[in-house]
Design a protein around this ligand. Structure first.
Ligand SMILES: *Cc1c(COP(=O)(O)O)cnc(C)c1O
Length: 403
């Protein structure tokens, strides 16, 4: 831990010793409970970021913390050379509560998407033809920061400077079935999309989009991969976002909220697709340790038993109604969109000053691109707490001359 130091020294050291990948807010968070976090100066904040849609059950949820303590004192890591019960129970629970038949565990969203891309290539090559490897992804998507997933990500700002990118990826506009239809050919291994684009602006597709993609993939013999890294675990008001449209993918990727903040990724696939990854073809040293699997098991069990998705749907309606009310009052708000507790507020000026204003008033919020505020509170948030957040946003927009 080191000796306690004052906040200014900490922030100086942060500037000095970190690789400069992040534009962090000038505060140091030290403690969290439920929807609240505290900084090193003792200031309290309402956390409507959830650590970027990760801490879905809130900070230090007793069942999660209990699982962490128990797992830490039992068995932390042995590698996938051996069976471990928590990983088996977690895979079984994920399959019982989704379309999936088999699960591969890794440590992040990017890694889960890497696994899905590798699976799609191997499946297509072996089952269809040796020159079938292409992945169709969408513009404004976000799939991660590894070279393959940043190639899949349809935003140049994340790719710039890292060229050459990987071959075998095509991008089409999101929510455009005709564009996918035109892009699909006998080289397509898979279509990879987010059911709702998160980082790209909280973009909700038309109701026909996912069912349409399913049909197009089936006709072309391509796999449908849904990136539910952000939308999964109840965030949108269903356990998995695909349930909103009654459309099942062949492969789904998970990470963010799966262990409520302990790093984990998962790729869920149906048979016979999953079988393309044979022993030795893919692996992860840390993937699904007994430690993280115990925590994820506690998280997923709590999510299901306590009907967290239903709660997110209900409270999300309340928060959405409040935001629509603010839109009527503040002309800077162009659009309010999203599902459950993944909500986007499109504004007509850069969102960053609004984020700063909210933070200074004790409310932490996210952006999704330059012009969209993103609200993703813990799914245990209640209506009264949403009203407090709405009041802060109302006063910040008013004070910044956005009336
Ligand atoms: C966050 C995110 C990722 C990347 O997850 P990491 O754990 O940061 O690698 C991938 N896809 C989506 C949709 C995400 O929101």
């Amino acid at each position: 831990m080191g000796d306690p130091v004052d906040t200014k020294t900490l922030l100086d050291w942060s500037n000095r010793y970190h690789v400069t990948t992040y534009a962090r807010a000038p505060l140091c968070l030290v403690r969290g409970e439920g929807v609240r976090v505290w900084d090193s100066e003792g200031r309290e904040y309402l956390d409507f970021t959830s650590g970027i849609a990760v801490v879905a059950l809130g900070h230090c949820h007793p069942r999660v913390t209990g699982a962490i303590q128990e797992a830490a004192a039992t068995l932390i890591h042995v590698s996938n050379l051996f069976h471990t019960a928590p990983q088996i129970h977690l895979a079984k629970l994920l399959c019982e509560h989704s379309f999936g038949d088999r699960v591969f565990f890794c440590n992040s969203g990017a890694e889960a998407n890497e696994a899905a891309i590798k699976l799609a290539r191997k499946y297509a090559r072996e089952q269809l033809s040796s020159d079938r490897y292409e992945i169709i992804a969408t513009r404004n998507s976000f799939h991660g920061r590894t070279l393959a997933t940043v190639t899949a990500t349809g935003q140049e700002k994340y790719q710039h400077g890292f060229e050459p990118l990987l071959p075998g990826f095509k991008h089409v506009p999101y929510n455009d079935l005709r564009a996918v239809e035109r892009a699909l050919d006998n080289r397509t291994a898979a279509v990879l999309v987010e059911p709702i684009q998160g980082e790209g602006g909280v973009n909700v597709p038309d109701d026909g989009y996912l069912p349409g993609l399913r049909k197009l993939c089936d006709q072309a013999g391509a796999l449908l991969i849904l990136d539910e890294v952000q939308t999964g675990m109840g965030r949108t008001g269903k356990l998995w976002a695909y349930e909103h449209w009654g459309t099942e993918p062949d492969v789904m990727t998970l990470a963010k909220a799966l262990a409520n903040g302990v790093p984990i990724g998962a790729m869920v696939a149906r048979e016979p697709v999953a079988r393309a990854l044979t022993p030795g073809s893919h692996a992860s040293t840390f993937g699904g340790t007994p430690f993280v699997a115990t925590v994820a098991l506690a998280t997923l069990t709590t999510c299901i038993e306590e009907k967290i998705p239903e709660r997110a749907a209900r409270v999300g309606k309340h928060l959405t109604a409040g935001l629509v009310g603010l839109k009527a009052k503040h002309s800077v708000i162009r659009d309010v969109r999203g599902k459950g507790l993944l909500l986007g507020v499109e504004v007509s000026r850069p969102a960053a000053p609004i984020v700063t204003g909210c933070r200074e008033a004790g409310l932490l919020v996210l952006t999704a691109g330059d012009m969209v505020l993103r609200l993703a509170p813990p799914l245990i948030v209640d209506e009264a707490t949403c009203d407090r957040a709405l009041a802060v946003l109302d006063s910040v927009l008013g004070a910044q001359g956005h009336e």
